[in-house]
Write a protein that binds this ligand. Sequence first.
Ligand code: ARG
Ligand code: ZN
Length: 844
Amino acid sequence: PTIYLKDYTPPAYLVDSVALTFRLAPKATRVVSRIQFRPNPDHENRDFFLEGEELKLIWAKIDGVDITPHVTDKGLSCEVPDAPFLFEAEVEIAPEDNTALEGLYMSSGMYCTQCEAQGFRKITYYPDRPDVMSVFSVRIEGDLPVLLSNGNPTGSGTGFAEWHDPWPKPAYLFALVAGDLIAHPDRFTTMSGKDVALNIYVRPGDEDKCAFGMEALKASMRWDETAYGREYDLDIFNIVAVDDFNMGAMENKGLNIFNSSCVLASPETSTDANFERIEAIIAHEYFHNWTGNRITCRDWFQLCLKEGLTVYRDSQFTSDMRSGPVKRIGDVIDLRARQFREDGGPLAHPVRPESFQEINNFYTATVYEKGAELIGMLKTLVGDDAYAKALDLYFARHDGEAATIEDWLKVFEDTTGRDLSQFKRWYSDAGTPRVSVCEDFNDGTYTLTFKQQTPPTPGQDVKPPRVIPIAVGLLSPNGDEVHSTTVLEMTETEQSFTFEGLGARPIPSILRGFSAPVILERDSSAEERAFLLAHDTDPFNRWEAGAEIARQLRMDMARSGGAPDSAYLDALLDIARDDSLDPAYRALMLQPPAQEDIAQALHANGTTPDPQTIYDVAETVAQTIAEHFGNTAPRLYAEMDTPAPYSPDADAAGKRALQARMLGMITRLDGGKTAAAQYAGADNMTQQYGALCALLSQDFGGDENAAFYQQWKHDRLVIDKWFAAQIAFTAPEETAEAAARMTHHADFNAKNPNRFRAVFGALAGHHGGFHHASGAGYALLADHLIALDPVNPQTTARMMSAFSTWTRYDADRQTLARAALERIAATDGLSPDTSEMVGRILSI
Ligand code: ARG
Ligand code: ZN
């Protein structure tokens, strides 16, 4: 069934308090609930319904009297008094059989929960909706050493522990963990002097991988105090690492649960990219304490209210901890690869969707990453001070509430006096606006004329113009900035802006810092792009100029052959050797565009992309660049050496990133000698895995590949990397076969989402391989999604997005992709999650 935002009605009953007792057993856990209900005074509806799925009801009572409720596979209903009452029930569940990893389940012998979005209904009967907030008390009985839930501990003894969370919360923030776990403890003193106990709980053997996450947690807690004035509000904050988890992590009140890949870190087993991601995710989940938990969402249509804002906040944190421009460029690369792709295909949906079948299918790049872009645009439009005031008002006005996007925009309207009704279209209208620009120079007056247009998306044919903040700077022909960054506020379909008193025709630097998530269409000349690449004072747009040249070159070559010209090759060389630039920034400038991006850009420009050609072009260009770099690569490679011991800080990581680019070039020319030496001498995973990847990408490294497996076969997270590497570096005609081979490896386990994603994420991420003309990639993924769906619908449905671009390609590929999709659609008993996805993907 489809659920609509417009059908929202307030809850019939509110919950004043809830007490839960868990008697843990793998096949038969008993959950006793005591829920104090009260009719909602603001609403006349008196239908009493509690969500509940896959529960065995043992008994139920109202005000102490046994009742026989009406039970379906969706929940429970019964007659209730027209006054406050106590509902009690006991249910039985089987965590060990729960392979969907939603509700209470078991992972490597420990009990854990995932309740967002609608998992609590698999634990007990409850009004499982975010606008019902209540105070929870929990008693856990089980013979495991560590028994955790939300809030503060209130008592424990042999075989039990009790917890009380004083902050009212919706059921999706409930959590329970029980297991044989080891704590990595620490403490934090908040800005008002309160002492907080901190713990990261892990399985025995992982205790040496907690220190970095703990530092990141403390830095996050401090940052939220300084940047947003937000203080932590319980006596204890716990993080638990679990091996089987559908997503990255979860912000349960006082008890964050993490996919172990997003918290465990050590120099020997984690790459620089892992360290940065772990720091960001720890911050993200911690920041949810205020943006998500203290202020939550009225309904799931408002998901971006907490996710967009929290992603925005974690990106600010990372910018402060590391390099702002490097973070921004990385985010934009990711936005284009995942969100623009989503926005331009059958899965396009508004940042605040208006309908859904399965909410789990809307934890998307659009809700998260585009949602964060909207916060950034709002801040750009109102300014930093007004943003800070609006946020203060948001926290003051809505603390303890379940809020909406309307509430969010209202605090900005009230603090600034602005009318944000046009801005709101960003929340309701899907699709990426295309902004074209033309210019005119006359008598010292320079005019920029913009036009905006957003192509139709499923269910939305007409898109009125949106307000677009366009940050612009002007450079003089000799490279001076003659007009510093100004934000132009575009509100019309077509609009001109003028700059007076210019001595010569300036060179514009448009959409600085990527001030809006739009596609800028500008027929700039190659000279102009090269000029901006050399002179732009905005680090983002300087990178963008290079990225544009790189993309255009590959598009031209894919359409009509040719080769990189020497001006382009020399510009790359200049950047690589420019010591005034941060190595991390140089590494980004030298990063080739993803083949998926080239396909996206060709498609947008009316050319059917040929994945094999795009792959061949990428190889040719990379080889040409490597040859052009000549001796520079080994010299820079040596120069970027970082001293032992390994440190994951941004400077050292940046040097290693640039060094890895050089190693990629060198390995194309030296038969793998340098990479093999790096592999042999590496004392950290960044350099060990980097060397292995460089070797495999040139068909070397057989010995290293085998040694790597032997060295790390006891470490799941490292072996996930190894699985991915076996697929990622294959030639397109071998990719599907390599992926199939990995599914037969003794260590393949489809039930573990990380392992499944290691294989199929690598297959789907190999543009040429997944879209190979044989259709083997499509068929293999379909086989395994059909097999996984009854086991884990959420992970199956998420992986379906690999097919979302199928209509871009030629008729033969479309026939093969359609056959795979129709095979999935025709599967008996397909989960609602996967059927919604396949339906949307096929509907175009
Ligand atoms: N709220 C979590 C986060 O972004 C994501 C959890 C979503 N899980 C799910 N099964 N839909 O931090
Ligand atoms: Zn989140």
